[in-house]
Structure formats: structure tokens, C-alpha cells
Design a protein around this ligand. Structure first.
Ligand code: GN1
Ligand code: MG
Length: 338
């Protein structure tokens, strides 16, 4: 780490690792110039860390010119002016730490409104930015047809013991393939547009702050998967992570509850920024967005479990199986809202 600190010209007082996110490693570093967030980019998953760097810098420059007051995680420059460091086979980048806190579970619908408003504002701010100029940091990231195909492959080629034990979950997810057809119809529709999309709008990717006694969303973070995409990805992941009273790690499925008021709040919050941007056809797919993302996440977790956790990793035996079952239960509860 010392060599990284030197490249940024930091005199470091303390640093510690934050245990958030499944993919990258994140540290908070306290220096003589203030606090920074330092991250390694997982280049086994993000094969081209330079693409992420390009995208964040492109958006950063656009916002600095067109919306200088918008709070954004501008990348920190090294003493040589670089925003991405390659060092001993790892990639590093840093941001100034923004004042605020992240939540992993929402307590009330006000927070759901605030979070959705921030994600809506993000896309809205960039509505005149040409999304097609962004690099694709993860090809087919939210391509449900591909995710389904990968799931089928894992059922064919994965660990046979795990496949046997997961029989019920496998047949449930197979029986819900209609979501894939619906997704295909959605993306092919002429009223559907690709915009600058965050693609990881889980609740912990919004920062909150108390302002005059009111809890406000202040900005969105974690822009690695920011690329052209569909609004369904962002709404969907909010539904997936904001409506439930427990996280995707919860193994006791009886504890899961889904809150209809929070669903309303997500819709209101997002539309407070995005109403005029979305077509009627897109607006009609608000509920489907949640089904799409919860279903996809269940597929992804189960696929990884059957493939011996090669993507997400697992700290405990069967962790991705627990997550998959959790998401299946969440999907059932979500559908009951309708
Ligand atoms: C991963 O690393 P993190 O927690 O930001 C994943 C998301 C999943 C999420 C599930 C690049 O995000 O797609 O929704 O885990 N990111 C990638 O917790 O695969
Ligand atoms: Mg992420």
C-alpha cells in the first residue's frame, strides 16, 4: 500500500478496509490532505479496468462543465496525473471521501424515496450525454437471456452434488423462464431507450446525510458498471434491495418481508427526476423491472453456487445457495405486492 500512497503524494495517518461489496476491495485512507476512498478494481471480473477509468473520467468532465454543483465521485489524480494505477498486477483508483453514510437495509419509505431520487437524478443529469460513447465495462452484464443460458449450462456442467441438492430451486427458476421472453420483448420495443445507467443501484450505493434534521440522499457511488443500459436495471435493483427488511444474505426465509409503501416510494422518487424522460411503454414496466432483477440475481447466485462459487466467492459453504434461495423467496413476496 505504501507505494500506492506515495504515487498519490499522500502522507497517511491511518487506513482501514471497508467490508462492503462483493467484487472490489475498498479502503478508507486518512491523509494530511483529508480522507480518501482507495479501491482495487477486480480485474478478473472487470477485464479492462481502463474502460472504467475512461467512463468515470468522461462523465466527470461532462458534469464538471454542465453541472458543477452535482456531487460526483471524481477520480483522484496521482502526482503524475493518472487516475488509474497498475501496480504489481493490481489496479488502484481513489476518490475523495464524500461526507455521508451508506445503509444496507432501509428503515422507512422516506429513505426509499431519497435513494430512488438520487439514482433518477443521476440518469437525468446525463440525459444529454451520449451514452453510446461509454465503454462497456461488463459485456452483457444485465442480459437476462445470457444469464439464463449460463444458468442452464451450470445445471448441465456444474457440481453434481450441488445440482442434486438444489433440485427444487433449479426447477422453480426454470419454470419462470417467461421473464426472459418478457425481457426480450421489452428490449426490442421501439419506445425503449438506452441511457447512462448505473447498473448496481443497490441501496448501499447511495450516500445519505442528515440535513437540518432530515435524512437526505446526497449522491450515488460505485460507478464501475455505469454504461449504456435500460432503466429497468436501475429500478429493478432498487426493488431488489430496498423493499426487503433483511439482506440477500439472510438464510431464515421466514424473516423476509416486503414493504408495498417502499415500492410506491421508489416509483415516486425515481419519477420525480425521470418522469419526462421515460416513454409510456417504459413506464408500464416499472413492476416488471423488479421481477427482472430479482429473478436475474437468483439465477446468478444459483449459477455461481453450481459452478463452485467461482464468480462471487463464498466465505461460508453454500453461501451463494442461501443467497439464491433468499432471492427466490423475495421474488415470491414481490409478486404478492401486485
Ligand atoms: C455485486 O460488488 P458489488 O456488491 O457492488 C455484483 C452485482 C450484484 C451484487 C449482489 C460486477 O456487486 O451485480 O447485484 O454483487 N456486481 C458485479 O450483491 O457482478
Ligand atoms: Mg458494485
Amino acid at each position: 500500500m505504501e507505494s500506492i500512497f506515495i504515487q498519490y503524494g499522500w502522507e497517511v495517518n491511518t487506513y482501514s478496509q471497508l467490508h462492503q461489496g462483493l467484487i472490489n476491495s475498498t479502503y478508507v485512507v486518512s491523509t494530511h490532505k483529508g480522507e480518501y476512498i482507495l479501491q482495487t478494481v477486480n480485474h478478473h471480473i472487470f477485464k479492462h479496468p481502463t474502460f472504467i477509468d475512461f467512463n468515470i473520467n468522461a462523465i466527470s468532465a461532462y458534469l464538471a462543465k454542465n453541472a458543477p454543483d452535482y456531487l460526483f465521485t471524481h477520480l483522484e489524480k496521482t502526482t503524475e496525473g493518472a487516475t488509474l494505477i497498475e501496480w504489481e498486477g493490481k489496479y488502484y483508483r481513489a476518490f475523495q471521501k464524500i461526507d455521508g453514510y451508506a445503509l444496507s437495509i432501509l428503515e422507512n419509505e422516506h429513505q426509499a424515496f431519497e435513494a430512488a431520487k438520487q439514482f433518477g437524478l443521476f440518469t437525468q443529469m446525463l440525459s444529454n450525454f451520449d451514452a453510446s460513447t461509454l465503454k462497456i465495462t461488463l459485456p452483457d452484464f444485465h442480459n437476462l437471456s445470457l444469464r439464463y443460458h449460463q444458468f442452464e449450462q451450470s445445471v448441465q456442467q456444474g457440481n453434481s452434488q450441488r445440482i442434486k441438492a438444489a433440485k427444487t430451486a433449479i426447477s422453480f427458476l426454470s419454470s419462470q423462464q417467461h421473464y426472459v421472453d418478457q425481457y426480450e420483448k421489452f428490449i426490442q420495443h421501439k419506445e425503449v431507450k438506452q441511457r447512462v445507467t448505473h447498473h448496481d443501484t443497490k441501496i448501499s450505493n447511495v450516500l445519505f446525510k442528515q440535513m437540518n434534521g432530515i435524512e437526505k440522499g446526497v449522491c450515488v457511488i460505485d460507478l464501475d458498471t455505469m454504461m449504456p443500459g435500460y432503466f429497468m436495471s436501475d429500478i429493478g435493483d432498487m426493488c431488489r434491495t430496498c423493499l426487503c427488511n433483511v439482506s440477500e444474505e439472510e438464510a431464515n426465509l421466514d424473516l423476509l418481508k416486503v414493504d408495498a409503501l417502499k415500492w410506491e416510494a421508489i416509483q415516486k422518487g425515481y419519477l420525480s427526476e425521470m418522469q419526462s424522460e421515460l416513454s409510456n411503454f417504459e413506464l408500464d414496466h416499472f413492476f416488471f423491472a423488479g421481477q427482472f432483477m430479482i429473478y436475474m440475481q437468483a439465477l446468478r447466485f444459483l449459477t455461481d453456487h453450481l459452478n463452485m462459487d467461482t464468480y462471487y466467492g463464498a466465505k461460508k459453504e453454500g453461501q451463494n445457495y442461501v443467497r439464491a434461495l433468499n432471492q427466490i423467496r423475495l421474488l415470491e413476496l414481490y409478486n404478492a405486492l401486485k
